[in-house]
Design a protein around this ligand. Structure first.
Ligand code: CA
Length: 485
């Protein structure tokens, strides 16, 4: 028997009581509203196992065991079950004895990605939300990175809230410019109601305009080649800032990242990693941790060092560029030190403390010493350990490269909203390809904006029909209407 049939039978039994209640105080609608569907728990050991095995060894699992051996691409556990249609919150019971592991969840053909933290004992992972339909549903847990144990999947009916809490429209920057304040007010006013579209790279922006008739609301640029250690090696950034300002004059809001080449200590050679694999660590890869010997922890601990002075030299060089946007009255969604928690960039390589210290040093240097008043400060990490503080962050953002572009990203959204609801605006600073804004809103994922990374849209990488649907969705705003919608 399907679960909703059991529920309906249960409801019929309650009906006389409900009608009595109705005659007393409750309105008919309240009294007759269906109770929320009961949670659905799917034990891994009772699913259909492919290329994996059930085990009862050890303790701490739910039900009568768990499933282990996710080692081949075919490894999966699948269940078919009845449900009432709607959005459900997913909790996955798991164990990961050899470090954190990514996994894939497929629900009625739609893919969702998740990431188990390391846990030697059985634990629960909040995997975001999925959509179930009335009647029979199918869920599969697919290998992903593999090498984890799966205990169960639990689904709780979770209707999407009609609104999210408003966030302050004020900026952390002292003496923020009129233009920057106006942008933040516009973003705050529409927050949760619509999402600004965005795209890195001029060619990709032009491609979107050609194929959808719409220019993204946000233009994404990068100040990488202004890094002094790149200029020393012959990089020529001439005209980059000017080209971004030209995009702003077309009605776009500018966001900037900075692939900051390490100030010194560049390896500038091909090297072998721990596994003996060849790695390009030439000077132009100098923002990567493995392409320099630069140590941000040691540098910040020694303010008198040559390295510390080079940090300031680099920030000052970037300030020269940022002042061009300031002079042109162009506010910037400024996203320095991005993806720090991944540790693949040198600014994150020594952990959260030096990184937060560097961010605050940059904030002070740019806003107080250089008096830049046009920056809206975007912090790009969702791990609370890395958060530099409410007083230096306007927007908290995440980068995501989901295996399925239709993934509504509800798991990262839920993690972020748990920390920042009503406190800081949330944004999707980088995504591979274009997301599905309608689907995101259906799941309650309501980022202020999304910005697709350069090279992820054109040359057949994104389906033109999906691109057009995203840019003409009623829940997005483009360059022509983000100030008014
Ligand atoms: Ca189990």
């Amino acid at each position: 028997m399907l679960r909703q049939d059991r529920l309906l039978l249960g409801l019929a039994a309650l009906l006389p009581i409900a009608l009595m209640a109705c005659q007393n105080s409750a309105t008919p609608t309240e009294a007759l509203a269906s109770p929320p569907p009961a949670p659905i728990k799917l034990e891994a050991e009772k699913g259909t196992l492919t290329g994996v095995t059930a085990s009862k060894d050890g303790s701490g699992f739910s039900g009568t065991g768990y499933v282990t051996g996710f080692t081949t691409d075919q490894s999966s556990v699948a269940w078919k079950f009845g449900a009432k249609g709607g959005i459900y919150k997913v909790v996955v019971g798991f164990r990961t004895t050899s470090g954190d592991k990514g996994f894939d969840l497929k629900v009625n053909g739609a893919s969702y990605s998740g990431h188990f933290p390391k846990s030697d004992t059985f634990a629960e992972y909040q995997a975001g939300k999925v959509e179930l339909k009335d009647g029979e549903n199918e869920i599969q847990v697919l290998k992903g990175w593999g090498w984890y144990d799966l205990d169960f999947v639990k689904l709780d009916y979770a209707p999407v809230p009609a609104a999210i809490k408003p966030v302050p429209a004020t900026l952390v920057s002292p003496n923020a410019s009129t233009e920057a304040k106006a942008v933040m007010e516009i973003l705050a006013k529409g927050y949760g109601k619509r999402m600004l579209t965005g795209q890195y790279d001029e060619k990709d922006n032009a491609f979107i305009q050609q194929s959808t008739g719409k220019l993204p609301a946000i233009f994404g640029g990068d100040l990488m080649d202004y890094s002094p250690s790149r200029v020393e090696h012959g990089a020529n950034p001439e005209g980059t800032a000017e080209s971004h300002i030209a995009q702003a004059k077309k009605g776009q809001l500018v966001t900037l990242s900075w692939h900051w080449n390490a100030p010194t200590g560049l390896i500038d050679a091909m090297i072998k990693d721990d596994q003996g694999k060849e790695v390009d660590a030439k000077w132009y890869k100098g923002f990567y941790t493995n392409a320099s010997t630069f140590d941000i922890g040691k540098t910040l601990a020694n303010p008198e060092s040559r390295e510390f002075k080079l940090i300031l030299r680099d920030i000052d060089a970037i300030a020269v560029q940022l002042k061009k946007y300031q002079a042109a009255k162009v506010p910037v969604l400024w996203r320095p030190l991005h993806e720090a928690e991944g540790k693949w960039f040198w600014w994150g390589a020594k952990g959260p403390e030096p990184c937060k210290q560097l961010y605050r040093l940059m904030f002070d240097r740019l806003t107080k010493f250089h008096k830049l008043d046009n920056l809206i400060w975007v912090w790009n990490s969702i791990d609370p350990a890395w958060y530099p503080g409410d007083d230096v962050v306007d927007i908290v953002a995440v980068d995501s490269y989901p295996s399925d572009h239709n993934d509504p990203l509800s798991n990262v959204w839920d993690q972020m909203i748990a920390q920042f609801d009503g406190k800081k605006m949330l944004a999707l600073a980088e995504i591979g390809g274009v997301p599905d804004p309608d689907r995101m809103f259906k799941f309650g994922t309501r980022f202020a904006y999304f910005v697709s990374w350069s090279g992820s849209i054109g040359s057949g990488r994104e389906d033109p029909a999906r691109l057009k649907a995203a840019y003409t969705s009623p829940v997005v705003a483009n360059s022509d209407n983000w100030r008014s919608k």
